[in-house]
Write a protein that binds this ligand. Structure first.
Ligand SMILES: Nc1ncnc2c1ncn2[C@@H]1O[C@H](COP(=O)(O)OP(=O)(O)O)[C@@H](O)[C@H]1O
Ligand SMILES: [Mg+2]
Length: 248
């Protein structure tokens, strides 16, 4: 886990526990980076429980499964969102993929590599925890952003994810985002607790990517299926994600 450097091209957004705000954060980071002029692809890689489409009120006709099966082409599968970034949906009305066969997974990774030159960053919203598929995806990225909250279980589960990931990519760039923080100081305390456990047991310390405060307007934006940075641009969580994006 090397010190902060520019965000890699392939970025995985992961968490131990579900419900910490991973999908919302991935969407909002994609939007913030797009607003800063970067070319972004957001891939809904939470294949079993894909829900970027729901948070944004999209009803994709095609998805990564139809793409991999050769039933749809890249240009007809990827959605260009008004927020200024592209989305590769993880599922459409036709259902979803839970786990991918090894060969299809490698095909997916090759596809992302083919598209990589067209983007500044490709963000992957991974499923909670790290199953075999998610582990392989995480290992193929350049930067792992681990989302954690102040809840003790979120912290222990985030530690477990960092530990598993270290086995796959010992020198990987791992950074922590504390989301739903009750304040900057409490968020920093949460990060320090996690970083100390990593330093002690894993002999590697993740970097702090940033702290995002708990903010009711996040829920409001999700309920209205809109982007927080459009709906509530001056809210605490919006400000936090924008400043985080400006530093990566
Ligand atoms: N910074 C925040 N402040 C307040 N609520 C948040 C924040 N981030 C996430 N949430 C809440 O957490 C819920 C779960 O978010 P989601 O992105 O679906 O999580 P995950 O992908 O980790 O399961 C959202 O519906 C939202 O209400
Ligand atoms: Mg999610």
């Amino acid at each position: 886990m090397i010190p902060p450097q520019p965000l890699g091209k392939l970025v995985a957004v992961a968490s131990g526990k579900g419900g910490v705000g991973k999908t919302w954060f991935a969407i909002t980071l994609a939007h913030a980076l797009a607003r800063a002029g970067r070319n972004i692809l957001l891939f809904d890689a939470d294949l079993g429980l894909a829900n970027i489409d729901i948070q944004l009120g999209l009803t994709p006709a095609r998805d990564v499964a139809s793409l991999l099966a050769g039933r749809s082409a890249w240009a007809e599968t990827v959605i260009h969102h008004d927020g200024g970034f592209d989305i590769l949906p993880g599922r459409s009305g036709s259902g979803s993929l839970a786990a991918l066969e090894e060969s299809i997974l490698e095909q997916l990774l090759a596809l992302l590599q083919t598209q990589a030159p067209h983007y500044d960053h490709i963000l992957l919203d991974l499923g909670a925890g790290l199953d075999r598929t998610q582990r392989r995806l995480a290992a193929a990225t350049d930067t792992l952003l681990v989302i954690v909250t102040e809840e003790p279980t979120a912290l222990t589960d985030a530690y477990a994810v960092i530990k598993l990931h270290q086995q796959d990519s010992p020198r990987h760039d791992v950074r922590v985002v504390v989301n739903q923080a009750s304040g900057k100081q409490n968020g920093e305390r949460t990060f320090t607790t996690l970083a100390r456990a990593c330093a002690h047991f894993l002999k590697q310390t993740p970097a702090l990517a940033g702290i995002v405060r708990r903010d009711d307007r996040v829920r409001d934006a999700i309920r209205r299926q809109t982007l927080l940075l459009t709906r509530h641009p001056a809210s605490p969580a919006a400000t936090d994600v924008e400043s985080l994006a400006a530093h990566v």
